[in-house]
Design a protein around this ligand. Structure first.
Ligand code: FES
Ligand SMILES: [Fe+2]
Length: 427
């Protein structure tokens, strides 16, 4: 390759094409994973422009409950106000910019800045300035409230925020992913999810490597083979899940909004739950939903809501980009309120032993992400390919694409959306 050649074409206000596609191949330029200018543009054009997951309603169940989280590199506070409304604010003191809320979660009546003691109510208003008389009489305190996140909306208990006041409604944004979220909610059998304490971990690679891995049905045969062999060697005593072989039944789906789903054809049983309790749970689901929909509800399903929240069978995984080559992941186990204890403990156990940071599966992927980041950051390879099933996937009139379990259909949906967002003129 010509090392003097300019990188993939972009100008000061247009990025692209990092993603190219024709009938034979779907390619992504490696610079999309390692270039610092691309990362800065992603923050602006994606994270600060669209809907980003902030948290689950159960994390802020009572007035005064709060959680600190991120929209890209913008720290934000999600809080339940005194009237029970979920609100979100930028986590910045209006005095001299100190980080206001230093705890990850808690309950409070006021947010008090650690620097000079300014305090803010749950509605964001500036409640008090210490030594107010040292400020001019007409100092505009009413203008010094916390800056609200422009839009906060929720679906099925999942609360999203956007810094972009003109963003489309969350309902419209979720689009074709909503029926899949509904199926995931259906597992609650008329009850609700409640978040358990998250696993938090980091890896030294780009955030998109985790995003495009979560619905990758192609990789398990290879990178996780030793894990599956271990499961079988110990008769699944480790996780309780009844793995007999690495499976490739099921489907992948990619949606026009950039979301995607990996959908296995049947549920995995968990032997830590007795057949009797499993049957009771299934009976209740069938009573509420009928048999056919119950089968769908119990299918294994991993979905990514573009750009960075993953809804898995037993947990929600939130991908937080900290730098172009540094990503944090928060994985929240989801407890079903009212379900039998054995069902919930099996869900927790699955997150801990399989997909969590000390799990036997999750760490395989992190190792691959490190290797890919290192390899792609060199000058040798200009693009990677995501072409599996490109010529075979079915496209519906709405633009949804459906591929086989091992096809790269959802990854292509992600990258098409990514390119559309990144390619637009900077505002
Ligand atoms: S920076 Fe918050 S009170 Fe001064
Ligand atoms: Fe994996």
């Amino acid at each position: 390759m010509d090392l003097e050649a300019p990188p993939p074409t972009w100008t000061a206000d247009r990025f692209g094409p990092f993603v190219t596609e024709d009938a034979t191949e779907f390619k992504v330029a490696t610079g999309a994973y390692h270039r610092a200018d691309v990362f800065q543009a992603e923050l602006k054009k994606i994270f600060y422009s669209t809907w980003i997951y902030l948290g689950h309603e159960s994390e802020i169940a009572a007035p005064g409950d709060y959680k600190a989280t991120w929209i890209g590199q913008q720290s934000v506070i999600l809080v339940r106000d005194a009237d029970g409304v979920a609100r979100a604010f930028l986590n910045i003191c209006r005095h001299r910019g100190a980080g206001l809320c230093r705890e990850e979660q808690g309950n409070t009546k006021l947010f008090v800045c650690p620097y000079h003691g300014w305090s803010y109510g749950l509605d964001g208003r500036l409640a008090a300035i210490v030594d107010r008389s040292r400020f001019p009489d007409d100092f505009p305190t009413e203008e010094k409230g916390l800056i609200p996140v422009a839009r906060v909306e929720s679906y099925g208990g999942l609360i999203f925020g956007s810094l972009n006041a003109a963003v489309e409604s969350l309902d419209s944004y979720l689009g074709e992913a909503k029926p899949h979220i509904d199926l995931w909610l259906g597992r609650c059998a008329g009850g609700r999810y409640r978040v358990a304490a998250p696993h938090r971990y980091a890896y030294r690679a780009n955030w998109k490597l985790q995003a495009e891995n979560v619905y990758d049905g192609y990789h398990a045969h290879f990178v996780h083979r030793s894990a599956y062999n271990t499961f079988q060697k110990f008769d699944n005593a480790f996780t309780g899940r009844q793995y007999t072989a690495i499976r490739s039944i099921g489907q992948t789906r990619g949606f026009p909004k950039g979301h995607g789903v990996l959908q296995a054809g049947s549920p995995l049983e968990n032997k830590f739950v007795s057949a009797e309790i499993r049957q009771q749970y299934r009976d209740e689901l069938e009573r509420l939903n009928g048999k056919a929909r119950t089968d769908e509800i119990l299918e294994n399903r991993h979905m990514l809501i573009f750009p960075s929240v993953v809804i898995m069978d037993n947990n929600i995984r939130v991908i937080q980009p900290r730098a172009v080559n540094h990503t944090e992941v928060y994985s929240y186990p989801m407890i079903i309120e009212g379900a039998h204890d054995d069902i919930n403990s099996s869900r927790l156990h699955d997150v801990q032993t399989r997909v969590g940071p000390a799990g036997i599966i999750g760490v395989d992927d992190l190792e691959v992400f490190h290797g890919a980041q290192t390899a792609m950051s060199g000058p040798g390879v200009e693009s990677i390919t995501l072409s599996r099933g490109l010529h075979l996937e079915e496209q519906t009139p709405s633009g949804e694409r459906i591929g086989a379990f091992t096809d790269e259909t959802p990854q292509r949906a992600f990258w098409r959306r990514w390119q559309a967002d990144m390619g637009g003129a900077q505002s």
